[in-house]
Design a protein around this ligand. Structure first.
Ligand SMILES: [Fe+2]
Length: 406
């Protein structure tokens, strides 16, 4: 066992015991211990890894799939210390069924806090309401943040460097604070460990039907949506969205769900759209390693409007106007692709019939124009008709850059 974490664990244990293991005192104790003995400056990572790999005397490890991977560095029946490695991972928006504190040992992350308002429980594992971002901040190496169990601490992390490593000092489990909801903005909370194996198998069977192009696929999905309750119907919609879009049947299926569930379903279309948008960004993250570009993706994923987004860019890259930085990133992350000229994942509409070499400049000017929101059309766009300008806007609105137009 690594000596640093053994000492850190003992320090936490002694102090918490003095507080009679009161749950409410634990986050403060964990935070202070990490701030007084910061792993970021006290732990030699390669030495830690060698010791973990070569010495058999290690704390009990878990089977957790969280982290890439998770290593337990200290274990006590009431709490433990874990190291979470992150390679290309980003966390979903989530809350915890444990408390303590986390510390950025290596790398840096974008950290966003959320609130879930107007919550309405559908089942003990599924809620509808309004997911709202409260604040977003950059966590540099060495920062420590408390974790409170339950819905008062809903957050997400987007790691900027590879690897990013966080140290978490946490209780085993805080009874009564579950489930550990994941949030799908803007309107859904769901229990990620909900054990519904029948639904899981049904989704897999539907995937088989989609893959073999079974002619009954759409009809069966519509029948299921008519039969199933709100929660399970949602999971079927979520699972079948891709194939249904390809088959041109998405609108009909969504309408069936909305007809069946009325007002309760009003936030579901926006939630599913946002789910796909976030998924696209997550996937891009896997192949984008430049920390500046990851920072941009983190903002696109978590910040709801340009009014919130531009000041965050200004704060970090203060010598250039934030719109110019955005345009540079959008251009660097796009260029000429197999599907045409792109700015990140927005593709220049082919229907405009504009020469390929003119497209990048026009697209960037259009993006700038839409972000600025001015009524005056810039000279570069004047040769386009208003419907062509609308097409350019629509192509950006259906991409990850849509936040910049809101
Ligand atoms: Fe967390």
């Amino acid at each position: 066992m690594n000596d640093f974490f053994k000492d850190l664990g003992r320090t936490v244990l002694e102090q918490w015991k003095r507080e009679n293991f009161s749950l409410s005192s634990f986050p403060g104790i964990a935070q202070k211990a990490l701030e007084d003995h910061p792993p970021a400056t006290s732990v030699d990572l390669s030495e830690f890894m060698r010791e973990f790999l070569l010495n058999d005397e290690q704390p009990q490890q878990t089977h957790s799939g969280f982290g890439q991977p998770e290593l337990v560095a200290y274990h006590h029946p009431k709490f433990y210390i874990q190291l979470l490695f992150w390679l290309d991972g980003t966390t979903d928006i989530h809350q915890h069924e444990f408390s303590g504190a986390f510390h950025v040992m290596s790398g840096s992350s974008i950290h966003a806090h959320f609130k879930f308002e107007n919550a309405q429980s559908i089942t003990p594992h599924f809620r509808v309401g309004d997911v709202r971002m409260q604040n977003i901040e950059l966590l540099e190496t060495g920062r420590t943040v408390p974790i409170i169990s339950g819905s008062s601490c809903i957050h997400s992390l987007f790691h900027l460097d590879t690897p990013s490593i966080t140290v978490v000092v946490r209780t085993q489990h805080d009874p009564g604070t579950g489930p550990q909801f994941n949030y799908l903005p803007p309107h859904v909370a769901m229990d990620p460990v909900l054990d519904d194996s029948l639904t899981m198998r049904r989704k897999q069977l539907l995937d088989v039907m989609a893959q073999v192009e079974d002619p009954d696929y759409v009809e069966v999905v519509i029948e299921m949506i008519n039969e199933l309750d709100f929660e399970r119907g949602f999971f079927i919609l979520q699972n079948c969205m891709g194939p249904l879009h390809q088959l041109g049947a998405w609108d009909a299926v969504l309408e069936t769900y909305q007809k069946k569930h009325g007002d309760l379903a009003s936030g579901i279309p926006a939630t599913l759209e946002e789910y796909v948008r976030r998924d696209v960004i997550k996937e891009m993250r896997g192949s984008i390693t430049d920390p500046e570009h990851r920072f941009f993706l983190a903002l696109l994923m978590n910040v709801p409007t340009k009014k919130d987004l531009l000041p965050l860019i200004q704060q970090r890259f203060s010598d250039v106007p934030p719109i110019d930085t955005v345009l540079r990133w959008a251009e660097e992350l796009g260029g000429e692709t197999e599907s045409g000229i792109a700015l990140l994942d927005a593709f220049f509409p082919e229907t405009l019939e504009i020469e390929a070499e003119e497209q990048p400049a026009i697209y960037l000017t259009a993006l700038k124009h839409f972000i600025e929101g001015s009524k005056k059309v810039p000279a570069e766009l004047r040769k386009l008709s208003s419907s062509q300008i609308k097409e350019l806007r629509a192509s950006l609105e259906s991409s990850s850059l849509c936040v910049l137009l809101r």
